[in-house]
Write a protein that binds this ligand. Structure first.
Ligand code: FPP
Length: 230
């Protein structure tokens, strides 16, 4: 099977550290999430210029429902605002927006905003922006398993999404936290101590430069044509 890597890089980011960034400044956690949205904008803007074709952002994990209801509502509001406010900019800049994750537990208004944003930005060819909302990789894998019965790895990759080339996690934490577990089988991982609200286009460029310095062998040996086939 040919790798599902899209032409251009697939970069996935675990955006972490909003709460700590805010706490360090004596601000409410929500302030960290708000500034985090700005970091999302900078990242999306910078991505195409760095050769990124697919960008997947971990916006709300299935485990995040365990946060206090006020924080959950605030995050849903921020996501809703982002989806509605950014749609025009996405259309203008060729960004195709989509959400991955469960929709059956989201507020109906958020589902509507996701569907509208997806419909209006379809065909954007510069960047495929995937927001992981109520996302759990284990859940996605179990769902794919029920639909891909008897089929090979290619069918699984089609159901789950393209292979991740570079996975970034901010805030100094070094965990995968149930994010894109199948798709990251061969991902290069960059952990940075930068808190997400401070993550800049420069940080993204540094991570991509680090990715290009890595020798991806996919189990082959250095110098051979090691592009993955399975
Ligand atoms: C992790 O920081 C971040 C989140 C759980 C949510 C990420 C959400 C945003 C950046 C805003 C909305 C997103 C989009 C795409 C518009 P944390 O709260 O876990 O920080 P902590 O580990 O320091 O507590």
């Amino acid at each position: 099977m040919e790798s599902q890597t899209a032409p251009g890089l697939h970069v996935a980011i675990i955006m972490d550290g909003n709460g700590r960034w805010a706490n360090q400044r004596g601000l409410p956690r929500l302030a960290g999430h708000r500034v985090g949205v700005e970091a999302v904008r900078h990242t999306v803007e910078a991505a195409p210029g760095l050769g990124i074709k697919v960008l997947t952002l971990y916006a709300f994990s299935a485990d995040n429902w365990r946060r206090p209801p006020r924080e959950v509502s605030a995050l849903m509001r921020l996501l809703g605002h982002y989806l509605t406010q950014e749609t025009d900019r996405c259309i203008a800049t060729g960004v195709q927006l989509e959400a991955i994750g469960r929709r059956d537990r989201l507020p109906a208004s958020v589902v509507r905003m996701i569907e509208d944003a997806e419909r209006h930005t379809i065909g954007g060819g510069k960047l495929r922006l995937r927001l992981a909302i109520d996302y759990s990789a284990r859940h996605a894998i179990v769902e794919a398993a029920s639909r891909a019965q008897g089929q090979g790895a290619e069918a699984w990759s089609k159901l789950l999404g393209p292979d991740v080339d570079l996975l970034i996690r901010t805030s100094g934490e070094q965990r995968l936290s149930d994010f894109l577990l199948w798709e990251s089988a061969y991902a290069e991982i960059v952990f940075t101590s930068r808190m997400w609200p401070e993550f800049s286009a420069r940080d993204l460029a540094d991570a991509v430069a680090e990715f290009h310095r890595r020798d991806r062998r996919f189990g082959a040996i250095a110098g051979s044509n090691s592009r993955r086939t399975a």
